[in-house]
Design a protein around this ligand. Structure first.
Ligand SMILES: *Cc1c(COP(=O)(O)O)cnc(C)c1O
Length: 365
């Protein structure tokens, strides 16, 4: 069976280097926020072109601390997309604010900027924009609406490290960028890790305090924070992988291009993006007879996945928002038809070809 991803074979490429670095951490005795963590913060901030990058326990914490640092709380509204991983909207609910969804674009699967203005009220404080599957959202339009309405912009770039929009890296454009190094992400650790980025000194100071139980000075607490630490062993592993990261993104782009060129046009493919505007965390497209398609490919030994089968406005957890089917027709349609193919840097060329052959075979079977 060809898997959706193969984190083991991707890691195997740098195994020796990683083992050496991890051993150094174990022998060094600093296991939380030690020299490797600080180095990773420095290198990620340089890579993204932002003033500050702050290590956290995971990407969900980055979103929650972003909202907290901006003072977003009960009674506030935050605009976001219903077509994303649950954590995006969950973070809004966690700080007591209300997630306000807007529909997506059929071609990009990202938030439709034209829908945002219609949802702004006097309670709206921020927009959380997601660069879904690695493709940059339309940031110029979104930043313009934010400016006109005096809203903060948080970029959920958990799937988009390395994505570039008009010369700027995803996560460096809004007020705050949120990143995840969950093992399946484009830059994945061997456990959980995350990061928050900003150019604001004030936000940086606030997040440093919040991630450490609201404390700047040991055993002195000025606010209610959380425990969200970057693990030193994960930082050491990520530093090794970061050195090869651009190569890994090239490999993803190459696979995506191979799929785009090889797959039959009768599938609803999204045009291939040659530039870093897309970093292909997922290779996704629409297919109408999805169940049948998945069964067929399973029979051919090919894994597929549905990201995401239920849009967030129809999730039980958000019943209290009183949404109905039909509220966000494009997100619903995409949820019914989307499918993702295996994509990972070490996916061999021959397997890419056999995936293409099998997928195309579905149309003539
Ligand atoms: C993975 C992901 C998150 C959460 O990151 P964790 O590190 O798993 O907490 C949030 N948003 C999106 C879009 C993600 O893909």
């Amino acid at each position: 069976m060809i898997p959706m991803l193969d984190t083991k074979s991707d890691l195997k490429l740098y195994e020796e280097e990683i083992v050496k670095e991890v051993l150094e951490v174990i022998r060094g005795g600093e296991y939380i926020f030690g020299p490797k963590s600080k180095q990773l913060e420095k290198e990620i901030s340089e890579y993204l072109g932002v003033k500050y990058a702050l290590g956290l326990a995971n990407g969900t914490d980055a979103l929650i601390l972003a909202l907290k640092a901006l003072g977003i709380k009960e009674g506030d509204e935050v605009i976001t997309t219903p077509f994303t991983f649950f954590a995006t909207a969950e973070s809004i609910a966690h700080v007591g604010a209300k997630p306000v969804f807007v529909d997506i674009e059929e071609e990009t699967f990202n938030m439709d900027p034209e829908e945002i203005s219609k949802k702004v009220t006097n309670k709206t404080k921020a927009i959380i924009v997601v660069h879904l599957f690695g493709l940059s959202a339309k940031m110029d339009e979104i930043m313009k609406i934010a400016k006109e309405n005096d809203l903060y912009v948080i970029e959920d770039a958990c799937q988009a490290l390395g994505t570039v929009y008009k010369g700027k890296k995803a996560g460096s454009i809004g007020d705050i960028g949120c990143f995840s190094f969950y093992p399946t992400k484009n830059l994945g650790a061997c456990g959980d890790a995350g990061m928050l980025t900003t150019n604001s000194e004030e936000i940086k100071d606030k997040v440093i305090q919040l991630r450490n139980h609201g404390s700047e000075e040991r055993y002195v607490h000025s606010s209610i924070g959380v425990n969200s630490r970057l693990d030193e062993i994960q930082a050491a592993i990520l530093l090794v992988k970061l050195k090869h990261f651009e190569d890994m993104l090239d490999k993803r782009n190459f696979i995506a291009k191979t799929y785009y060129k090889g797959l039959n046009n009768n599938f609803h493919l999204t045009e291939h993006v040659q530039s870093r505007e897309h970093t292909y965390h997922q290779y996704s497209f629409r297919v109408e007879k999805r169940e049948e398609f998945m069964d067929y490919l399973k029979g051919k030994g090919i894994s597929t996945m549905i990201y995401y089968p239920i849009p967030l406005h129809l999730q039980t957890a958000f019943n209290y928002l009183n949404h109905q089917k039909g509220d966000f027709p494009i997100a619903e349609k995409i949820s019914d038809e989307i499918i993702s193919l295996p994509i990972y840097p070490t996916l061999p060329f021959e397997l890419q070809q056999s995936i293409i052959q099998s997928v195309n075979g579905f149309l003539t079977k």
